[in-house]
Design a protein around this ligand. Sequence first.
Ligand code: NAD
Ligand code: DAU
Length: 378
Amino acid sequence: MKTYLVTGAAGFIGANYVKYILAKYSDVKVVILDALTYAGNLGTIAKDIDNERCFFIKGDICNRDVVDGLFAEYRFDYVVNFAAESHVDRSIENPQLFLITNILGTQNLLDCARRAWVMGKDEQGYPTWRRGVRYHQVSTDEVYGSLGAEGYFTETTPLCPHSPYSASKTSADMFVMAYRDTYKMPVTITRCSNNYGPYHFPEKLIPLIIKNILEGKRLPVYGDGSNVRDWLYVEDHCKAIDLVVREGKEGEVYNVGGHNEKTNLEIVKLTIATIHRLMADNSEYRKILKKKVKDANGEISIDWINEDLITFVKDRLGHDQRYAIDPTKITNALGWRPETKFEVGIVKTIEWYLENQAWVEEVTSGDYQGYYEKMYGK
Ligand code: NAD
Ligand code: DAU
């Protein structure tokens, strides 16, 4: 039996990860700690919380008493830290919140784990650790900065973050490595490229574009749309984290990426074309459209779902031009490779959103204020 503390699992990737490990292993106990910020939604994981194998605690990773209390109550083998402020645009508006959650929160988790897991000291004064424990930090390719037209991020690429978000994630990584080097803490880090899939909060590019199309709104593309991201289906990321937590070498960093580079404009055009095709094939989907234009026969028209919806808007400040991951290390060491082809993953994702409109309504009904609404109104 392995007991996990998984933070931030009411959010996008953490929720997918918890669902994945609960389905894969019968001998796990998972404790979710999540502050339920605007990006966290209990409904996303409600069906997984059975208070036998999966427990939920609402709380802040920065709160020492809360985290110490959990370590006192459960004998954690693994800590997997997803909790973060994750949206680059919000970090440009309010950098300090990113510093608090992403840096201080990570350091608090490291310290609470250290207090619980250290058994004694070796002859040189280094702490000795309970056998088999592991702190895993879910990090991002954004810590490496931005690429030109050529090349890839490897694990030895110098850290060079640009946005307040990526600066905070880089600092968190540095703390993880500082605990490894100073206390010999058993840690691992994964640095992944852009994820897409179910439960992705609709302020990020792909779910925002889906949401706006269904609502008949404009599709904002920053700058000229030439920025490149390396898109990975979320379940493939979860598989990579699972492998690294269980089999990755202590103290190591692993890059995770999809070998799937696309410009933002390509992503938006592909999403428009896929929604148009799915709507053409399925009249039930057409009923979901909030903008109901009727054709000459009184049927719901989808002619207006086309590239004219694209609107080029002011660029993101300090917008990184290109991210692309070289995942050779994790492939060679652990046999991981991206499994979901983008053409398949994007259809699965769009169908999930079409069939889970209630979830979209729910997550956007609380503290959420989307950037689209801020910039262009409702
Ligand atoms: P998300 O914004 O969807 O979810 C973040 C979760 O963390 C939410 O449930 C939120 O309530 C919770 N949270 C925020 N502050 C907290 C706090 N102080 N204490 C406890 N919980 C708190 O984020 P995501 O997209 O799922 O990203 C998860 C992690 O993966 C982040 O660390 C992010 O940096 C990293 N990452 C994301 C991507 C991506 O493409 N989304 C890619 C690489 C790495
Ligand atoms: O690379 C990994 C990172 O991917 C993660 O660490 C972050 O947590 C995650 O949010 C994501 O960051 P990005 O900034 O790349 O994702 P976002 O979906 O916000 O934007 C993707 C690209 O699309 C980016 O170049 C900005 C652009 N964009 C975004 C939005 C929301 C637009 O052109 N229009 C938009 O409305």
